[in-house]
Design a protein around this ligand. Sequence first.
Ligand code: NG6
Ligand code: CA
Length: 506
Amino acid sequence: MTMRFVYLPLVLVLHLASMTLEGIAETNSSPNIVLIYGDDIGYGDLGCYGAENIPTPNIDQLAKEGLRFTSGYCTSATCTPSRYSLLTGEYAWRKPGTGIAPPNGSALIEPGRVTLPSLLKQAGYRTGIVGKWHLGLGNPPKPNWSGTIKPGPLEIGFDYCFLMPTTNDRVPCVYVEDHHIVGLDPGDPVDVFDENPDGQSTGITDRDKLKMNWSHDHNNSIVNGISRIGFMVGGHDARWIDEEMADVFTTKATEYIQRNSDHPFFLFFSSQDIHVPRAPNARFVGSTPYGARGDAVVEFDACVGAIMQALQVAGVAENTLVIITSDNGPVLDDGYQDDAVTKLGEHKPAGPYRGGKYSNFEGGTRVPLIVYWPEKVDAGVSDAIISQVDFPATFAAVGGATIDLPEGSIPDSLDLSAALLGKSSTGRETLVEHAGSLSLRKGAWKYIKPSQGPALNRKTNTELGNSRMPQLYKLDEDPGETKNLASEFPAKVKELQKSLAEIRHS
Ligand code: NG6
Ligand code: CA
């Protein structure tokens, strides 16, 4: 497949091809693209990013033979907005209502909109997602859980989905394949509520019977011995077993690869690891000194190994672009008592960075980013700044998408294919980071906009980076954001404030 451009009146033209990419398109049929997305995996959680005592041999191997980024970012310090940005190419903070989606949340991405999968579909790809969704399903007031669940991924460009609908700590605890709950007995329909509808036992009434105790919230319906956020009724035969989830997703991903190996495909493998409740399979329990949190990273690594194996078996490993990254930074106690805090020891989940999930500091959004494509990407380390909001334009370029974009499509997405594939060391000039406030990174400088939010998330013990005063940090000299230079460099503060305002209002 070759790269084609269609210039139509009244369409935005995405500037896709550098010479290098045209070269790729000439010599190569479109690569398969496999995006492996971790949940809450921090910058410092993988061996190749400095973690000790967490064996991640599969990922480390890809990092060694591929390209490892030091400035790869998700757009936001929580899941739903990061995923929204990744799929739409629009910074989520532009769109109200894209915060953490509740159990009954409706579809957040409008059907028919140009998205990462729709662009690849247009380029002739088959497009599938396996794993966590958390971008809402159905129309208001709530998804038709026991009927046809739509709109969802299939209405925004995926042609196959096998989903965990929200998060593993939220109901409903069932899998959804295409438009239906898997294994649902029609005589035992599923429904989901904010309030306890039937006086069922909960994490509060039956706390002593739980297999994993909660620490805050997470004390509603009990499924598989673990209490969750929200109440579900029905679907007893369809309920998942947390300890099997990674295997279920890996099997579905492997089958997807096998089914589509004769055709270019895009697979979004969206793992539940290492989000709470962390319940890795018994095979991984005890494989790190850090309890379930460390063991879940090892499980994630094993999923990566299984997917690479499936690509080998299908005979497509050489011409598949594999990207590994995460949806937000790390957190220890996110609602369950699972030893993540007590067994932390010397481990630094965010590496050298401050804060973590929910934080404006770098720990919130600077995440691992590894790119592996044996045919095209040389081994190395890149300091180019790349955001996941760039994935739609970038993957479209790699996949040779015909670009026919209605105005306003993927508005914040830059084609950084040359940087992603290691042909250029130049990434984004400016990057907006999103947590409680907004921050702007420009080169080594980072400005955090003043906000009224608390400095500390007391539940998770995360430094949030909120301050009523402007903050300015020089990340090359002070990666840990310890020294606020705002009063020393007022002109730099002004410059970054102006850039941020321009981007916000563009
Ligand atoms: C928060 C939950 C947290 C986690 C998060 C979503 C509370 C107090 N905390 O609201 O446990 O579920 O939502 O995580 O309920 S994310 O990675 O999907 O964004
Ligand atoms: Ca997450």
